[in-house]
Design a protein around this ligand. Structure first.
Ligand code: 6PG
Length: 248
């Protein structure tokens, strides 16, 4: 897409992205990536995303990658968590425990969940301290190897919603966010942590998000209001299905 500005044509550089015909192919692409990354000597630190999209990916990894990925070499964190107990149906950790952790061999010391059962600000402080003490630093900022991200149909990512865009620029590692509709409290990592990751990988599917993806990719409409548009890590990659990519 080219945009004419003062008789100069500038091409909007769309984010790096891959389009897949279904979630299974996305899961296999990522499974192969983690298998390769976990085969080294160094442990890798990854932050998982929550919500519904990753559940099917985790379930496929349980079936096809339980032995292909060296889970002993992977530390699991989460990009955000709902402030509920781990057994609650809303818990991102709880969803991951059922869909993945229960089906693979991973030391419990490799799992760093947000303690959603605690008072939100205390949970945020504890989790931020955990990230700060466990992760290597890049220019003083904790650096994940990969942050997996979802995107809501309002353009939110992790638990930074458009009505709380100020959280993106927080100097804290974690903040307490509020879901705009339910009022549910959540703990989320902030923009500096996401953009300091070596890789930020979006997993976005479904026709209901197609217009937001198009706005972000073509930098038009309300794109600047979407927290997802602020993700600019060293290596940002969007993994899309055909339904969400239909307007690109
Ligand atoms: C969460 C997620 C959130 C999610 C998006 C997309 O805790 O809900 O971290 O950012 O990734 O809302 O969710 P779906 O995959 O359910 O559409």
């Amino acid at each position: 897409m080219t945009v004419s500005i003062a008789n100069y044509k500038t091409r909007i550089m769309r984010p790096n992205h891959k389009i897949f015909s279904n979630n299974t192919l996305i899961a296999r692409f990522l499974g192969d990536k983690l298998a390769m990354m976990s085969a080294g000597k160094e442990k890798i630190n990854i932050a998982l995303s929550g919500g519904n999209t990753p559940k099917a990916i985790f379930e496929l990894w349980s079936i096809e990658y339980a032995d292909k990925i060296n889970w002993t070499n992977i530390n699991l964190f989460w990009g955000d968590e709902r402030c509920v107990p781990p057994t609650d149906a809303e818990s991102n950790y709880g969803m991951t425990a059922k869909a993945l952790i229960a089906n693979i061999i991973i030391p419990k010391d490799n799992i760093f969940r947000v303690k959603g059962e605690l008072e939100p600000h205390l949970a945020s402080q504890i989790y931020g301290e955990e990230i700060n003490s466990r992760l290597p630093k890049n220019e003083g900022v904790p650096a994940f190897d990969i942050v997996f991200l979802g995107m809501g149909d309002d353009g939110h990512t992790v638990s930074i919603f458009p009505h709380e865009m100020n959280l993106w620029n927080s100097q804290n590692i974690c903040e307490v966010a509020t879901h705009p509709i339910s009022g549910q409290k959540r703990v989320t990592i902030t923009g500096e942590i996401i953009n300091n990751a070596h890789e930020a990988i979006f997993l976005v599917t479904g026709a209901n998000k197609a217009s937001v993806v198009q706005e972000i990719f073509d930098q038009k409409g309300s794109f600047e209001e979407y927290p997802s548009s602020k993700v600019k890590s060293k290596n940002t990659l969007w993994l899309l299905d055909e339904a969400v990519a239909q307007l690109l």
